[in-house]
Design a protein around this ligand. Sequence first.
Ligand SMILES: [Zn+2]
Ligand SMILES: [Zn+2]
Length: 376
Amino acid sequence: MRRRSLATSPGHKRPPTEQIVKYQCAHRWVFKSWGGQLEASQETLAPLKNQEVTLRVTHCGMCHSDLHIQAGGFDMGGGKLSSLERSGVGLPLTLGHEIVGEVVEVGPEVTRVRVGQMVIVYPWIGCGECPTCLRGDEHLCVRAARNMGLHVPGGYADVARVAHERYLVALGTLEPARAATFACAGITALSAIRKLPALTADDWVAVIGCGGVGMTAVALLSATSPANIVAIDPDPAKRASALQHGATAAFDPRPADAFKLIGKACSGNIAGAIDFVGAESSSTLAVSLVRRAGQVVIVGLFGGEFRMALPLFALKSLSIAGSYVGSLPDLQELVALAQRVKLPEIPLDLRPLGSVNQALDDLSHGRVAGRVILLP
Ligand SMILES: [Zn+2]
Ligand SMILES: [Zn+2]
């Protein structure tokens, strides 16, 4: 049966016949049981409807949360695990929410994107209709999340379907491997930075955890904020990299006197601390480091639970915020920013999609500096 294709849209070239055939089927790496290995799978795609778009995935970033999704949930502390299954996430599941690709087919009502265009996907898709979605925070939708790489198939595949053309941001002049990281690592870092108070050149910001997202935050802060940055990570290679990407100082959090050393190096003037680890030790450190009226932002999903004395909230005028990925406007702003300002570059580790299980294993054992980018 002939599929409706881009050929129906005026001004679009019809692709060669073999391409039309090819994009009727998606080859994906899926897991079929929680904690299971990924295996190659194939699915016939339904014809495109309305403003849906099909992409040929060219690059897909690998995120730490992919490990939690594969495992089936997050450590909530006290021996409790969250369950993706109980929250309605089904199997088999195709991971991958940092997707860059080429538009290869568009639905009948698509007007803005065109075939052949390189785009970055905004993957944190909500219902699009509830008050949260309508104010631009689809990533916080509580009605019917359709996150790519979680609720709907993601980018660990040769092709990806996107629900609406508005979730696509033109790649422009950006390097695709680097831009793939914007959809999660980039906007997670940007959205967390936005929760900090206004900063001056005398202020310090502590960035705790310098993996892909933390390193992006160091880079974004150094490009956009006058504040000094102290990078905190147990890995000396990551500390060295953070210094290259704009941090003023870097510390290992493990020694017993680390908290004192860091506070002294920053003149006791840490206005904000962003915890990209989200473990008990990292959050405790963040709260201890910030000055009075300081802001702590917790981003990482390592897991566990966190205790602190209640009077400290008042005595320190302390604020603690959580931050989860970012909005579609955050992605649009980051893409525009990256084309205007030269952002320091976080290290990338390009690998073929077929080696995805090895890459996940390396990521889970901390054998990756920066970000793994899968190439389908
Ligand atoms: Zn992610
Ligand atoms: Zn919604």
